[in-house]
Ligand binder design. Structure first.
Ligand SMILES: [Zn+2]
Length: 131
């Protein structure tokens, strides 16, 4: 079911993309849409205030095991997105996915296949996949 939905999304995006069909336009639109996602997150902090950033150095646990390291790493984010900020950020992420799917179409790549391959890599590397 999910694979059909992703394929349908990628196909529909391909049908709707007309103005920015050039790979050059797509690359810059993708980058712009990514910047909008980041801007939405920053605005949730600086203009709305529903979330706060409390950044500081992450703890370094040289001899700690994976679970200890995972527990000690912080998001540096306090609070929860309000409905308004959540709505804006979701729309911006959707727009970002639109251009990602468009780039996949142009390069003849299948988004679902990419997700499956990445999932396999993440599962295979498991805790050694420290991103
Ligand atoms: Zn908010």
């Amino acid at each position: 079911m999910k694979d059909i939905m992703i394929d349908q999304f990628q196909y529909t995006v391909g049908e709707l993309l007309i103005r920015n069909k050039s790979i050059l336009d797509l690359i810059t639109k993708f980058q712009d849409s990514n910047a909008r996602v980041n801007r939405g997150i920053v605005k949730a902090v600086t203009q709305c205030g529903c979330v706060k950033v409390n950044g500081k150095k992450q703890a370094t646990l040289a001899d700690a095991d994976f679970d200890e390291i995972r527990k000690s790493m912080k998001t540096h984010l306090d609070g929860k997105l309000c409905d308004n900020c959540r709505d804006f950020i979701e729309k911006d992420i959707g727009r970002n996915l639109f251009y990602l799917a468009s780039i996949c179409n142009t390069l003849d790549l299948n988004l679902y296949d990419i997700i499956i391959k990445e999932l396999d890599r993440v599962k295979m590397l498991g805790k050694y996949n420290l991103r």
